[in-house]
Design a protein around this ligand. Sequence first.
Ligand SMILES: [Zn+2]
Length: 271
Amino acid sequence: MKKTIAGASIILMGCLIFGACGKNGSEQSVGDREVINQVSLLQGLTLGDYNGSITAKQLKEKGDIGIGTFDALNGELIMLDGAVYRAASDGSVEEVPDDETIPFSNVTFFDDDETFDIADIKNVDDLKAALNKKVDDLGSNQFYFVKVEGNFSKMNVRSEYAQEEPYKPLATVLETDQTFFDYENISGTIVGLYCPDYMNDLNAVGWHFHFISDDKEKGGHVLDLATDTAKVKMDMTSSFAMILPDNEMFSNFDLTVDQSYDIKRVETGED
Ligand SMILES: [Zn+2]
């Protein structure tokens, strides 16, 4: 359901963080649409829990836009307009079958709350700055999903090879098993998630971008980009719910260890 930002904040002020507003088992309500659903913790993924805990079919019941990865870390997940795509280690994109499983993801139902144009984006930091201007206006303690649609003069993405058990930590995997793809003049959509600062122990704070081309043939985790102009559609979401894996590996992790350094490396590909 589309509504104004102001309306959304008021309606959702009563929602508790970490509790979904939707009614159990009911069909989709306004509350269900206004929830960021997160599967697992990024910190679980970082430690090496690549065991899929939810199917693509179940994920699609939680949202129609999202980002994440697949069982065994087999590529980057992009959900767009209700379809779940894998950007594989060879850079190719496929829509995954409903029984494919997912260890980590964030999804929501996208509402086009705000639409605006951005221009003269020379790198990923320019994109973050342009989006943050709007986030600062609307409130930096909310969650935001964006679609950034345009033709990108530069689009640098990465994916990774599927892993075999026993799983190594993500930062170790990415040292050897990342694959990089640099495109020029490619049209497509960036799916981006903004997490507020207080999410530090549960996810990466700030922006995280995945890309998929209009022809659904190329995509990955965005490392850098450039575009003269692009259209941004932004969805503010004021509620957050978590779906934790019920597996032995996840249940027994020591999550007291500070992983902020590893998470930065994982997100940006830099030290
Ligand atoms: Zn990513």
